[in-house]
Write a protein that binds this ligand. Structure first.
Ligand code: UN1
Length: 493
């Protein structure tokens, strides 16, 4: 019998009203990892009501006290890091050392946002009139719906929940049905840390059911969503009609540029890590490599050779380089791009198929794949595949590399390998993505800097850093006139 988990609503662990459940399996073995409530709109509504009720006291609690609860939650995550990492690997497949990184990112964010309980700075500034004081303070937006994906099932929820609650909001959290245990672990840590009931409510289930119930509810002021571009756009349209704020993070088609003067060994390591880490299922994954002509052939042959040596297997096995993809649908989607790449004229140089043998048939494994001689406009070089697939594109110059880098519908992350500081800075200036790395891969964002992207990646918001506070708070501008008479701005000044 699979272990049964429950929703967390108003501080109580409860089943979905209709009593329905779904099971999650380990994508490496097919073993069932847990059973979860399949929540519907009515459960989402219960959760929103609990969040509305809890908001009254929570927004009045001094922010430093709220921060202390976060600090205690971070301590619990530290204590449980290894256990939570194993749970995470078992339910979504990434290798254990990356799962530890996922938990660590949540720990970092939780400590960081605990500190914001004593900062959350606003502005004070001189007034244009005498005997008048001008300042701005941050106020919570109210009830926030957090809808999160499976690829960073501990980190991404923490990017949303921690800044939301430290600034006085309450949350309804709907995690992906492909990584529910990590959501449970995170919420349990908050409960143990002493978070009052109703401040974070957890509703398991599917986007079209539980997620829709949160989005539609009139008392939810803000939706923070990370996931696909197609779903994000639909949510944005719906939120516009309902008059809600929405913060979207929706993927990428990120590139690493390798110039002729690059340290080739370093660039190779960066490409392997960025293209195949998390089995390529990162919105920051390097699914394009733009290589200058002088080094292209050497780079391509070394990359192909290294890619073929990567070992596939369960992420729990320390010898594994690349784990499974998350589910059967993703496996089929990735496989469907192989004939697309070939018929568009790219050459398949490594991988290219569902992996078999050595116990791999029980899970969803795809061979790490390299296409060479891809052209910038090909579908494999334009569309987010979200799997262990990368495409090499040959260019003649830095200027062409920048143009190719920018010529996609997304703008999340990018990277350039060069030893020339002038070229590095030209790239930093010319590249239109939210993140730019120099002599490092496209992944590895840190929690105290803004995270997000341009164009199809987002809608102008950033997560993490103090930018997150801008998403989860409203500015309240306060003028205090202590002159004792009517002073008219713009007129008496
Ligand atoms: C994502 O790919 O969805 O920088 C998030 C990184 C990680 C977060 C990635 N810290 O790749």
């Amino acid at each position: 019998m699979a272990q049964e988990y429950r929703n967390y609503i108003g501080g109580e662990w409860r089943d979905a009203r209709a009593g329905e459940r779904f099971e999650r399996e380990d994508p490496a073995t097919g073993a069932i990892t847990g059973s979860y409530p399949r929540s519907r709109g009515e459960d989402a509504r219960d959760a929103v009501c609990a969040a509305v009720e809890a908001q009254k006291a929570w927004r009045r609690m001094p922010a430093p006290r709220r921060g202390e609860i976060l600090f205690r939650a971070a301590e619990i995550l530290v204590r449980e890091k290894e256990r939570f990492a194993r749970d995470l690997t078992e339910e979504m497949g990434k290798v254990l050392k990356e799962a530890r990184g996922d938990i660590q990112e949540a720990i970092d964010m939780t400590y960081y946002m605990a500190g914001e309980g004593r900062r959350a700075f606003g502005q004070t500034t001189p007034s244009e009139l005498p005997d008048k004081f001008a300042m701005s303070v941050r106020a919570p937006v109210g009830v926030v719906g957090c809808i999160t994906p499976w690829n960073f099932p501990m980190a991404i929820p923490s990017w949303k929940i921690m800044p939301a609650i430290v600034t006085g909001n309450t949350v309804v959290f709907k995690p992906s049905q492909y990584a529910p245990k990590s959501a449970y672990n995170l919420v349990r840590a908050l409960e143990e840390a002493g978070l009052p009931g109703g401040v974070v409510n957890l509703v398991f289930g599917e986007g079209a059911e539980a997620g829709a119930g949160i989005i539609e509810h009139p008392l939810v002021s803000l939706i923070s969503f990370t996931g696909s571009n197609a779903v994000g756009k639909r949510i944005a349209v719906q939120c516009a009609e309902l008059g809600k704020s929405v913060s979207l993070e929706m993927g990428g088609k990120n590139a690493i540029i390798v110039l002729d003067d690059a340290d080739v060994e370093l660039a190779l390591e960066g490409v392997i890590w960025s293209a195949f880490g998390t089995t390529g299922q990162r919105c920051t994954a390097a699914s394009r490599v733009i290589v200058q002509g002088g080094v292209y052939d050497e780079f391509a042959s070394k990359l192909v050779e290294r890619t073929k040596k990567l070992r596939l297997g369960s992420g729990l096995d320390e010898g594994t380089d690349v784990g499974p993809v998350v589910n059967r649908d993703q496996l089929a989607k990735i496989a469907s791009y192989m004939p697309v790449g070939a018929s568009d004229g790219a050459t398949l140089a490594a991988g290219g198929a569902v992996a078999h043998g050595d116990g791999l048939d029980r899970g969803y494994f795809f061979e790490p794949t390299v296409f060479v001689d891809a052209k910038p406009a090909m579908r494999i070089a334009q569309e987010e595949i979200f799997g262990p697939v990368t495409a090499l594109i040959r260019v003649g110059s830095l200027e062409e590399a920048i143009e190719v880098n920018n010529g996609v519908p997304y703008g999340l992350s990018s990277s350039i390998y060069t030893r020339d500081v002038n070229r590095a800075f030209k790239a930093i200036e010319g590249i239109h993505t939210g993140l730019v790395y120099v002599n490092a891969g496209t992944i590895g964002a840190e929690v105290h800097l803004p995270f997000g992207g341009t164009r199809g990646t987002g809608n102008g918001h950033r997560e993490a850093g103090t930018a997150a506070l801008d998403t989860f708070t409203e500015w309240k501008t306060v003028y205090v006139d202590y002159s004792g008479r009517l002073q008219k701005a713009q007129i008496d000044a």
